[in-house]
Design a protein around this ligand. Structure first.
Ligand code: ATP
Length: 449
């Protein structure tokens, strides 16, 4: 199904587990359905994805600021937003095998597992409930947020008052969300605890169509710039009957996952629904006052809402390659350098004391700049394979000649080409390569091998 025909979900799950990207949650207890833990490499990859988003959405712009809200919020927030009454999926039970399904996802009205007869659909609210304080009674119910967006809307006034931002401007947030999904699966694609990257962009009514167009292109370009194959991405416009009642337009960015085209991110024109609802329920005016004209308006909102875990999965699937190397196959993760967990790995050819000393010195200087691996076990060929498999763009080999000529060998992950360069030029050279300089451009004293 996938554009990348070498990849399937089993290979991704197995690589993630084997190399410490992602483990099942509570693994030693047999796992917890649809919950996942990010291991030493996964946590770096995930962090790099969030950093790339934050950089593009907040740091590199003048018109967006950040926020980090609490997961637990006043229960009225979810009444105002419509989640208490409307955030539900239709659930059906199989009368024979008792499996549960989302009615809107079934192609036929018989159980996909055993072919049995299904019950009438009933609405199942996806919000997780818990209790605030020691007494478990209905007045103490609070919800784990099912999206990060509402924290942004309820802070609209705080942000306007403290930043003096003028329309149009956005507020961005990344963080955990929870949904008690009826059906989960496809690894980290759909889980009950996940992370989102959301931005609410407030604009003048009447400019909203243009901003929707602008943001859907920005967001598509973000994935492309981070190396996703254009053939594996597409827009899907929501049909009128799919749109939420308050929304004027919505596009999904879909990725060709191993199980087929599926949503990676949604970009919606939410009009003035959220601010109007929160103004009504809180009794606070959430109008924006134009200083020059004195006009009071409720801004319209364009919302690009992306899943961190789904992005991680898309980047992994997109990067996964198997290719022949001499008489073996190698597995390579061709991750964009800015996403790769390690940018560089230092590999001393042997564990001889004088070589290790030099390799450690090099490691110390390189790690000031980037997260850098160090590996002195097994053959050099095996060590290259290991770094390929976790997506490290450059390996630096320190050999016995290095002690004499003060040079090291740098190997590029994707082409497997090697260059020999002076140690004194190493950091500068790696810096240039990581920013996209062709590998065969050499520093003074360097040569291709
Ligand atoms: P779906 O139709 O797949 O359930 P949705 O349309 O309900 O998704 P939104 O409410 O638009 O999703 O959430 C925005 C983004 O958050 C999604 O595009 C997705 O990347 C991510 N997301 C939503 N639900 C989950 C989940 N259960 N697990 C992982 N990521 C999720």
């Amino acid at each position: 199904m996938s554009e990348n025909n070498q990849v399937n979900m089993e290979k991704i799950v197995s690589l993630c587990r084997r190399r410490g990207f992602i483990f099942p949650s509570s693994d030693i207890y047999g796992g917890l359905s649809s919950c996942w833990d990010y291991g030493p490499l996964g946590v770096e990859l995930k962090r790099n994805v969030k950093d790339a988003w934050w950089k593009a959405m907040v740091h590199n712009r003048d018109d967006v600021v950040g926020l980090d809200c609490s997961i637990l919020m006043h229960p009225d927030v979810w009444k105002a937003s419509g989640h208490v009454d409307g955030f539900s999926d239709p659930l059906v039970d199989c009368m024979s095998c008792k499996m549960r399904w989302r009615a809107d996802e079934l192609k036929e009205q018989v159980c996909p597992s055993c072919g049995g007869k299904l019950s009438e659909p009933r609405q199942f609210n996806l919000m997780f409930k818990t209790f605030m304080g020691p007494v478990e009674e209905s007045t103490n119910i609070v919800y784990l947020r099912p999206e990060t967006a509402q924290g942004i809307f309820v802070n609209f006034e705080n942000v306007v008052n403290t930043t003096r931002k003028k329309l149009p401007f956005g507020i961005a947030q990344t963080g955990k969300s929870f949904r008690n999904e009826i059906t989960t699966g496809n690894f980290i694609f759909r889980s009950r605890e996940f992370e989102q990257m959301e931005m609410e962009f407030f604009c003048m009514p009447g400019t909203d169509d243009e901003w929707l167009e602008y943001w859907r292109n920005e967001r598509m370009n973000w994935y492309l710039k981070l190396g996703i194959n254009p053939e594996s991405l597409r827009f899907r416009e929501h049909t009128k009957d799919e749109l939420a009642h308050y929304a004027k337009g919505c596009y999904d960015i879909e990725f060709m996952f191993p199980m087929g085209w599926s949503e990676l991110e949604g970009i919606a024109n939410r009009c003035d629904f959220d601010l109007t609802q929160h103004a009504r329920f809180s009794g606070k005016s959430l109008e924006y006052v134009n200083n020059e004209s004195g006009e009071h308006i409720v801004p319209y909102v364009i919302e690009p809402s992306a899943g961190v875990d789904r992005s991680v999965l898309a980047f992994l699937c997109n990067a996964y390659c198997e290719e022949p190397d001499k008489d073996e196959m190698r597995t390579v993760l061709k991750l964009h350098p800015s996403l790769a967990p390690y940018k560089v790995a230092i590999l001393p050819l042997s564990r001889k004391e004088n070589l290790v000393k030099l390799a450690k010195e090099i490691h110390t200087s390189v790690r000031q700049q980037w997260i850098t691996g160090y590996d002195d076990t097994q053959s050099i060929g095996r060590r290259y394979r290991r770094q390929d498999e976790i997506g490290t763009p450059y390996c630096v080999t320190v050999d016995f000649d290095s002690l004499e000529d003060k040079q090291v060998t740098v190997r590029e992950r994707d082409s497997m080409k090697q260059i020999r360069i002076p140690i004194s030029e190493l950091v500068k050279t790696l810096s240039a390569k990581l920013c996209g300089e062709p590998f065969d451009v050499l520093p003074p004293g360097g040569r291709c091998l």
